[in-house]
Design a protein around this ligand. Structure first.
Ligand code: HEC
Ligand code: HEC
Ligand code: HEC
Ligand code: HEC
Ligand code: HEC
Length: 379
């Protein structure tokens, strides 16, 4: 009996504790659809306690000896005590459930550009969030109740919980992503990762491609029909939302043929140094499959001519990554015949199998080939 009571008390206390410490708990009540998507996104799984790849790299990192977790600025900015130096990295509800909370994004006022890493500047105003809406562009909306029909009908404008600022241009042009996503140099001043983002007045930006408008209201207090997708992840999201921005085509040549890969993204594809991007081509001929040589698109970083971990690397050994808006042509010298069917697969490994070995990563989900887009050309 005593045993059961103990658990009952714990159960009663736990949600309360959660409400106090977790910033997202309040948002969930009014924005359930967005919250549910967010939960499976990489931004709610970016700490070492949720992302096995991040954990594997951190385990080998020289700063781990002193538990000096500098990665927090981007991977777990919502653990405010850790960021301010009050605590050291440890497992807690924030690390596990909202390392990059709703607020971490919606309070970004501006981005300061720096050589080493950019910096997010947050607003200090309480319950004050930035967002984008073309119809309200430039306005700050505070909660208001309006009576009409002699006070019989009340209409509300804004959110009873927070103000909304629609005047931050970074939420329209996608720059709010770039405090964390632009580039990162190691202590030697070498760029470990650089998305080489093409800026300017483009048709699509980070937000329009990665957070497309899907069916479902963004708030349960009114029916907005659509909401911006918050489930950003390449680990477990529906790849078809993004594969349409990579176009494949086949051109026959005198000897052989050429596959063109058109990258419509405004950034280098798979710039994260652990990834391996690959093109696979198979000719189906008379009931037989002829697999052609695989083409890799990679960036290998290293030191003294040998591949090295990101904190050791000081040079680029190889870079065949596909750049922003590039059309990459890959030539094959195998002649095609009438009746052939050419199957083209463009995809990636989350972790290059060679790096996986060095990092001790064995989970097959992390080292399998994932098809981003696929096409079949009948000759
Ligand atoms: C506070 C820092 C931060 C901000 C702001 C941020 N991100 Fe991220 N994002 C990260 C981190 C850290 C990761 C990698 C997490 C991991 O894999 O453990 C990530 C991962 C991603 C990934 C997927 C990569 C993968 O491995 O699944 C995409 C896509 C992405 N972010 C897009 C965006 C977009 C678009 C925006 C702006 C709307 C944005 N991010 C804003 C920190 C941020
Ligand atoms: C400037 C912000 C920033 C800092 C600081 C940072 N990261 Fe990241 N990290 C990112 C972003 C953004 C991504 C997603 C990149 C992508 O997928 O293209 C990422 C992705 C990763 C990944 C790939 C994760 C996956 O699931 O595939 C690893 C591993 C990683 N970071 C390790 C680290 C480690 C270890 C540190 C600290 C020593 C660190 N990062 C510091 C921004 C940062
Ligand atoms: C009590 C309910 C409630 C809570 C709690 C709440 N919101 Fe809202 N939120 C609203 C309503 C209602 C709107 C729409 C207001 C309008 O359109 O006039 C809204 C709108 C927004 C918008 C802007 C939507 C747009 O038009 O672009 C953002 C961003 C937002 N909320 C973020 C948050 C975050 C982050 C949290 C948690 C810290 C949160 N909200 C908590 C009710 C709430
Ligand atoms: C035209 C559409 C488009 C635009 C604009 C775009 N992306 Fe992407 N992004 C893609 C596609 C396609 C991929 C590859 C598919 C994937 O990784 O799931 C991708 C992949 C990514 C990844 C994952 C790479 C990896 O290896 O983990 C990150 C992170 C990312 N984008 C961030 C951004 C940021 C930040 C911006 C704004 C500067 C942006 N994207 C703009 C289409 C776009
Ligand atoms: C990676 C950064 C990021 C995170 C994390 C994030 N948001 Fe957003 N959110 C955005 C951006 C950018 C927009 C603007 C999209 C647009 O309408 O163009 C947005 C839009 C919204 C909107 C309204 C617009 C719409 O059409 O849906 C609401 C409401 C909202 N977010 C709530 C939340 C809540 C609640 C959470 C946490 C569960 C959250 N956001 C987490 C970046 C983020």
């Amino acid at each position: 009996m005593r045993f059961n009571l103990y658990y009952l008390t714990l159960l009663l206390l736990l949600p309360l504790y959660g409400d106090i410490t977790l910033e997202n708990a309040t948002c969930k009540k009014c924005h359930p659809t967005i919250f549910a998507e967010y939960k499976s996104s990489i931004h709610s799984n970016s700490s070492i306690f949720k992302d096995p790849i991040h954990k594997a790299v951190w385990s080998k990192h020289p700063d781990k000896v002193n538990n000096n977790y500098k990665c927090a600025k981007c991977h777990t900015p919502s653990d405010h005590d850790l960021i301010s130096g009050k605590t050291k990295l440890s497992k807690n509800a924030i690390q596990e459930r909202e390392p990059i909370s709703c607020q971490a994004c919606h309070t970004i006022k501006s981005i300061e550009e720096h050589k080493k890493i950019n910096k997010n500047i947050f607003t200090k105003k309480k319950r004050y969030f930035f967002s984008a809406d073309k119809q309200r562009e430039g306005k700050v909306v505070k909660f208001k109740e309006k009576s009409s029909l002699l006070g019989l009908v009340t209409k509300t404008i804004g959110s009873p919980y927070h103000d909304i600022d629609y005047s931050n241009k970074n939420f329209y042009n996608g720059n709010m992503c770039l405090g964390c996503h632009d580039h990162k140099q190691n202590s030697k001043g070498f760029a470990v990762c650089d998305m080489q983002i093409r800026k300017g007045n483009l048709q699509e930006n980070c937000i329009s491609c990665h957070m497309p408008k899907l069916k479902g209201s963004f708030v349960n207090l009114k029916d907005t029909k659509k909401h911006a997708f918050h489930g950003i992840s390449i680990h477990n999201m529906n790849i078809s939302l993004l594969s349409k921005y990579i176009k494949l085509s086949l051109n026959q040549k005198d000897k052989g043929f050429e596959i063109d890969i058109k990258n419509e993204a405004n950034h280098t594809l798979f710039a994260q140094p652990l990834r391996l991007n690959q093109l696979r081509v198979t000719i189906e001929r008379n009931g037989k499959n002829i697999a052609l040589k695989r083409e890799n698109f990679v960036r290998i970083i290293g030191k003294d001519g040998k591949p090295a971990m990101p904190w050791v690397a000081d040079s680029e050994l190889k870079n065949t990554l596909i750049k922003a808006h590039e059309v990459r042509k890959v030539i094959y010298d195998t002649p095609l015949k009438k009746g052939d069917s050419v199957v083209v697969e463009f995809g990636y490994y989350l972790v290059n199998p060679k790096s996986a070995k060095k990092l001790g990563i064995t989970d097959t989900n992390l080292i399998k080939f994932i098809v981003l887009t696929k096409d079949r050309f009948n000759i």
